[in-house]
Design a binder for this molecule. Structure first.
Ligand SMILES: Nc1ncnc2c1ncn2[C@@H]1O[C@H](COP(=O)(O)OP(=O)(O)OP(=O)(O)O)[C@@H](O)[C@H]1O
Ligand SMILES: [Mg+2]
Length: 403
């Protein structure tokens, strides 16, 4: 590992306590420049291959939008869980079923989401917003302005209000530790943010011989090191990787849930971030990052295959079911985006009467696709359990290392 200096320290004070704030040098790594040694090249090839397979999985059939829809929800839940949000995939789909059950012009009639679910919904909204801006020729390009607007959507609502949604911080922050003087890391002082964020933006658009996956990895660390916001830096920094890979044509659908890898290897993740700053170890970070991309993309391809097989098999079961109906078949297709339904939400999804919706639900229950989950006589809720179980692998809260 070459040693290199990745920035300088500046003495400053937080609430009267003296600290050394770090001001990173502009990318790419220099003195010495990053060398894609044999070790890194092998990992890069593996990551690249895995992403190609994932991109193909997302393109197999045009009607596979449901698959992207489901995966995006998985990443939203995972990314919010890292932050400490307790919402699960089941909570999110349950909330969406309640939303489905009310008419579009009557959205206020639905109960508001619990704060945890709201954070996941905000993440979905932020991701959708950023992707649509980039896809629109008249939309914002990849820039701090786009990230700020995305951050504004992410932090919307009760918890984020005092965290300056959509705005770069104007005060000194610190990471880890109970007080500034025992902090693990003190990011750049506010007066330096203009300069370092300017350089960050320049590098996003610079032509560079490094591979786009490598550049995305460098930019993620640089963003976390700058820590431009009072909160939400982790979520925006993970979203940034998705946006960069899309912008650079490496993975054009948001199918990579890197949050799962950072969640599984949280200590390593933080250690690698620190090692870039302290030892200039960009190579070590990239080994970790490229392994993550390859692993998670590989798992996503496997999980896609399983889901496709399951859906094909269950569709056949519904077709073969003696009491099957058009309503039941149509409801089955809706389940791929709405794996939790009620009779009321099924009525809205199918735009039909209560008896028809009820019958469609009954057929799917009889075919063993749906199962009632509340055990109640009223306000019953039905779950496409086999599908949800496969989709939620890795999102169960028991596996969260968070306290
Ligand atoms: N020592 C460190 N050096 C640089 N960045 C760090 C360090 N430790 C943590 N980070 C970054 O800070 C992020 C947390 O920052 P912040 O709380 O602003 O983001 P968040 O989105 O609210 O939280 P989270 O990332 O936990 O979901 C981590 O995800 C990580 O990327
Ligand atoms: Mg936070």
């Amino acid at each position: 590992m070459p040693t290199r200096t990745t920035g300088r320290y500046e003495r400053t004070t937080i609430g009267g306590e003296a600290v050394a704030a770090f001001i990173p040098r502009a990318l790419p790594p220099a003195d010495p420049p990053l060398v894609m040694n044999a070790e890194l090249s092998v990992r890069l090839r593996a990551a690249e291959q895995a992403l190609i397979r994932l991109e193909l999985a997302g393109e197999m059939v045009p009607s596979l939008d449901w698959f992207i829809y489901a995966f995006v929800r998985k990443e939203a839940v995972l990314s919010s869980q890292i932050e400490g949000t307790q919402a699960t995939l089941v909570d999110l789909f349950t909330f969406e079923a309640q939303q489905d059950a009310v008419a579009d012009n009557d959205a206020e009639a639905a109960p508001p989401p619990a704060a945890d679910v709201e954070e996941v919904c905000n993440y979905l909204d932020a991701l959708t917003y950023a992707r649509s801006q980039l896809a629109d020729a008249r939309g914002l390009p990849l820039s701090m302005r786009l990230l700020n607007e995305t951050h504004q959507r992410l932090m919307r609502g009760v918890r984020g209000a005092e965290k300056l949604p959509g705005e770069v911080r104007r005060s000194q922050n610190w990471i880890g530790g109970s007080r500034p003087d025992n902090a693990l890391y003190v990011p750049p002082p506010p007066h330096a943010l203009g300069e370092v964020l300017g350089a960050f933006e320049t590098y996003m658009h610079a032509s560079d011989t490094l591979h786009p996956i490598v550049r995305a990895g460098l930019l993620h660390v640089q963003f976390e090191t700058i820590h431009p916001y009072l909160d939400g830096n982790g979520r925006i920094g993970r979203l940034l990787v998705t946006l960069l890979l899309d912008e650079w044509g490496v993975l054009t659908k948001p199918l990579l849930y890197l949050s799962l890898y950072f969640k599984r290897h949280r200590d390593d993740y933080y250690r690698r971030l620190n090692a870039v700053r302290i030892d200039g170890d960009w190579e070590g970070w990239l080994e970790f990052f490229l392994d993550g991309v390859a692993t998670i993309a590989g798992e996503a391809v496997a999980s896609a295959r399983e889901l496709f097989a399951l859906v094909a098999q269950d569709r056949a079961r519904v077709l073969a079911s003696p009491k099957t109906s058009i309503g039941a078949l149509r409801l089955f297709e809706h389940l791929l985006r709405h794996p939790i339904v009620t009779v009321a939400s099924a009525m809205k999804l199918l735009e039909t009467t209560k008896p028809t919706a009820s019958k469609a639900v009954d057929v799917l229950v009889a075919a063993g696709v749906l199962a009632e989950s509340t055990g109640k006589k009223r306000d019953r809720s039905f779950v496409y359990r086999a599908y949800l179980d496969r989709l939620k692998v890795g999102t169960e809260l028991s596996s969260t290392p968070n306290p």
